[in-house]
Design a protein around this ligand. Structure first.
Ligand code: SAH
Length: 277
């Protein structure tokens, strides 16, 4: 918070900033963790920034690339623990923009994929603050590439769907299970770890074969990446045993079978021994 106080303008600075020209906010995707997966545009925006406002998902190695003279504001959120509420984040961005700052709002993955970037964009728009969106490599693409599997592939998956497995407290997951339980498309579940039992039960109840391959990736593309390959029926147990710490992504579908194949477990739908890829 001390950093936050330093980076946001005081009342006196406000009146001064009113005479200054308006700033600009870059809503930037930091990618899944590996700093080399930042885009050139993202790097340039970070280099030019006065302030970087970042999330919990932005990896330490990416934060290390931020120059010494750049103010940093951590607005990191964790499930059920929101140190800085979204409304306040919006407010920080608007205030910094009004104060003439060049701001990078740095988010894990892509800012517009389960990133609430669009809400921030709407606030900036309403406040008349110029902003630009710089896309990032979303976790699905980063994790799939790290495991050397495609998300779509001729003969295996005609499409891919990204869904959130997170639900509001005491509410059921609001997903169209019937359409998601489609063996011809790849299903990527973000934020699904704590509800994985329910997710698997719903998919199986709606007809997705229990032997469908699954790749689970924790902290994908970072030095701490961990992966397990398994099959749908075994997934809850395998995920429990893995005791993952950090963000976890599930890639469910035939394409995950390519990772399973590499790990040597391809023969039957029942050979569902969880294996480390
Ligand atoms: N905007 C982000 C997603 C934010 S939602 C993006 O485009 O990637 C947070 C979820 O993303 C996590 O719960 C996890 O499911 C996934 N995730 C993000 N980074 C990840 C990583 N490095 N490895 C595995 N999953 C990740």
């Amino acid at each position: 918070m001390a950093r936050l106080a330093r980076a946001t303008p005081s009342r006196r600075q406000w009146s001064r900033s009113a005479r200054m020209s308006i700033g600009k906010v870059y809503l930037v995707g930091a990618g899944p963790g590996d700093p080399e997966l930042l885009t050139l545009k993202a790097i340039r925006a970070i280099e030019q920034a006065d302030v970087v406002v970042y999330d919990r998902l932005v990896s330490e190695r990416i934060l290390e690339t931020i120059g010494d003279g750049v103010a940093q504001i951590n607005v990191g959120k964790q499930a059920d623990f929101h140190p800085v509420p979204q409304a306040e984040i919006n407010d920080i961005l608007v205030r910094l923009g009004r104060a003439g700052r060049t701001v990078v709002r740095l988010k894990g993955g892509d800012p517009f994929i389960f990133g609430r970037g669009c809400e921030e964009a709407a606030e900036l728009e309403a406040a008349g603050i110029p902003y630009e969106v710089i896309p990032g490599i979303t976790a699905a693409q980063g994790c799939a590439a790290a495991a050397r599997i495609p998300l779509t592939h001729r003969g295996l998956a005609t499409g891919v769907r990204y869904v959130t497995g997170h639900r509001k407290a005491n509410e059921p997951l609001d997903l169209d299970w019937k359409s998601l339980a489609d063996p011809d498309t790849t299903l990527v579940v973000y934020m699904g770890l704590s509800n994985i039992e329910e997710i698997v039960a719903e998919l199986v109840a709606n007809g997705l074969p229990i032997g469908t391959p699954v790749l689970a990736v924790c902290q994908g593309t970072t030095d701490r990446e961990r992966r397990i390959c398994t099959r749908l029926a075994m997934l809850p147990e395998a995920a429990r045993e893995a005791a993952f710490s950090g963000p976890v992504l599930f890639i469910i579908g035939r394409v995950a079978g390519l990772a399973l194949e590499r790990s040597g477990h391809i023969d039957a739908t029942t050979d569902a021994v969880p294996v480390v890829a």
